[in-house]
Design a protein around this ligand. Structure first.
Ligand code: HEM
Length: 414
C-alpha cells in the first residue's frame, strides 16, 4: 500500500507534533494517553491517523457538546474533507470515512426525514417482547457452552447475542438471518472474506425490504417502509444496515466490558450472587470508563473556526473522543470517579446525530438481559485467566476485549 504523505493542514503548525492515533497505547492504557493529550494540548488535540493523515481529537466534555450540537459548523458529510485528494485508494481507514447515502451522513432536512423514520420504527418496539426475545436468545447461546465448564464470553456470547436479537426485530426470516449474521461478522472481522461478507449482507437486506414491501409484518423494516417519510427501498435497505451495524457492535462490547468489570472488581463481587452493586451500575460504569466507541469519525468543519484555542480550517476532520470527554476532570469528582448514579456520559454522543433515544433504551434492555440471564444460569462464573492477561483490541476506535475466558460449574441449571 502507498502511504499518503504527512500533510499538516496549512496554517496549523500544531500538527507537526501530532499524536499518532494508532499503536499499542490504545490497547494498553488509553486513559493515560488521554491524560497526556489533555496536559499537552487541552480539550482539542492534534492527532495523526495511519499514514500521517491529520485530524483533531476532541476530548473536552464541553467542547464535544459544542461540536456535536452545532451541525452548521461541524457537519456530518465527509465529502467536505480537505484531505481527500491525498488519500490513496487502499488507505485502510477509507471505508470508515467514505460517505454512503444513509442516515449516518445525511444532513439538514434529509437527515430529519430519515431520522424520523428510524426513530419512530424503533419507538414501536415493545420492551416486553424485546426482553422475551433477548432472554430466549441468551438462553440458547448459553446452552451451547453451559455443559463445558468454560467459555469465551466475547466470541460465544457477547459477540453474537445483540446481533441475533436485532435480527428478530428488524425483519429477516429464519432462513435469511444466518446469512445476514455471517455476512456482517465477516465484514466486521476485516479479513479476506470482508468484501464478500458486505455484499452478502446487502443482498439479504435488499431481499428483506422487497418481501416486507409486499407482505408487511410487525417489524422495523415494515414500519420504515410504511412510514410517512416515504423512504424508497434503497433508503430503507441502507438505513436498516446502519441499524444493524450501529446496534450490534457497541452493544456487544458494552456487554463484555461490563462483564469484565463485574468479574474483576471487588465492588461487584457480591452482585454476581445478587449482592451490593447492581448490573445496571456495572453497565453505567462501563460506559464511563470503557465506552465501546472510544473515538468516532466524525465531523468535518464547514468553515474556518476556532475550538478551545485551536485553529480549525474548513474541511478539517474532527474526531469525537467519547472516552476522552468522559474522562474530562470537569465531569468527575475529586476522587476521579463520576458522581454516583450520574448517567450524563457522552457515550451515546449528543445532538441530532446522537444515538436515537429508543435505540439507547433497546440497547439497555439487550445488555441488561444478557448479563442477568448469564448470571442466573452460571452463578459461580469466574475469570479463567489473570486480569492482567486480558487483551484489548488494538484499536483507537473500539474499546473491547479480544476474549473474555471464564470458567464455571459445568451444566449448572440454577
Ligand atoms: C439496539 C442498539 C442500538 C441501535 C439500534 C443504535 C442505532 C443507532 C443509529 C441508527 C445511529 C445513527 C443516528 C444518526 O446518525 O442520526 C446511532 C448513532 C450512535 N450510536 Fe447507537 N445504536 C445502538 C446502541 C448503541 C450503543 C450501546 C452505543 C454506545 C454505548 C451507541 C453509540 C452510538 C453513538 C456514539 C452514535 C453517534 C455517532 C454520532 O454522533 O455521529 N449506540 N446509533
Amino acid at each position: 500500500m502507498t502511504e499518503p504523505a504527512a500533510t499538516p493542514p496549512p496554517g496549523c503548525p500544531a500538527h507537526a507534533g501530532a499524536t499518532p492515533l494508532y499503536g499499542p497505547r490504545f490497547q494498553t492504557d488509553p486513559a493515560q494517553l488521554y491524560r497526556e493529550l489533555r496536559a499537552a494540548h487541552g480539550p482539542v488535540a492534534p492527532v495523526e491517523l495511519a499514514g500521517g493523515v491529520p485530524a483533531w481529537l476532541v476530548i473536552g466534555y464541553r467542547e464535544l457538546q459544542l461540536v456535536t450540537g452545532q451541525p452548521q459548523l461541524f457537519g456530518r458529510d465527509s465529502t467536505r474533507w480537505n484531505a481527500w485528494e491525498s488519500i490513496p485508494e487502499d488507505w485502510p481507514l477509507r471505508p470508515m470515512m467514505t460517505p454512503v447515502p444513509s442516515i449516518l451522513y445525511a444532513e439538514g432536512e434529509e437527515h430529519v426525514r430519515r431520522s424520523r423514520a428510524v426513530t419512530d420504527a424503533l419507538s414501536d418496539i415493545d420492551p416486553y417482547e424485546l426482553r422475551k426475545h433477548a432472554e430466549e436468545i441468551a438462553d440458547r447461546l448459553i446452552d451451547g457452552f453451559a455443559g463445558r465448564g468454560e467459555a469465551d464470553l466475547v466470541a460465544e456470547y457477547a459477540h453474537r447475542m445483540p446481533l441475533l436479537v436485532l435480527c428478530r426485530l428488524l425483519g429477516p426470516s429464519e432462513e435469511q438471518a444466518p446469512v445476514l449474521i455471517d455476512g456482517l461478522l465477516a465484514m466486521l472481522d476485516g479479513g479476506p472474506d470482508a468484501p464478500a461478507g458486505a455484499q452478502r449482507l446487502l443482498g439479504v437486506m435488499l431481499d428483506v425490504v422487497r418481501e416486507k414491501a409486499e407482505h408487511p409484518t410487525e417489524d422495523i423494516a415494515s414500519r420504515m417502509l410504511a412510514h410517512p417519510a416515504g423512504l424508497d427501498h434503497d433508503e430503507v435497505m441502507r438505513d436498516l444496515r446502519v441499524l444493524l451495524i450501529a446496534g450490534h457492535q457497541p452493544t456487544s462490547y458494552w456487554i463484555s466490558n461490563a462483564m469484565r468489570l463485574m468479574l474483576t472488581d471487588e465492588r461487584f463481587a457480591a452482585s454476581l450472587s445478587g449482592g451490593r452493586r447492581s448490573i445496571s451500575q456495572a453497565l453505567n460504569e462501563a460506559l464511563w470508563e470503557d465506552t465501546p466507541t472510544q473515538i468516532f469519525a466524525g465531523r468535518w468543519a464547514t468553515r474556518d473556526t476556532q475550538l478551545a484555542g485551536q485553529r480549525i480550517a474548513a474541511g478539517d476532520m474532527v474526531l469525537l473522543g467519547f472516552a476522552g470527554a468522559n474522562a474530562d476532570p470537569s465531569v468527575r469528582q475529586p476522587d476521579g470517579r463520576p458522581a454516583e448514579g450520574n448517567r450524563a456520559h457522552m457515550s451515546y454522543s449528543y445532538g441530532e446525530h446522537g444515538c436515537p433515544f429508543p435505540a439507547q433504551e433497546a440497547a439497555e434492555v439487550i445488555a441488561t438481559t444478557a448479563i442477568e440471564v448469564l448470571l442466573d444460569r452460571l452463578p459461580d462464573l469466574r475469570l479463567a485467566v489473570a486480569e492482567h492477561a486480558l487483551v484489548w483490541r488494538p484499536s483507537a476506535w473500539v474499546r473491547g476485549l479480544v476474549a473474555l475466558p471464564v470458567s464455571f460449574t459445568p451444566g449448572y441449571q440454577g
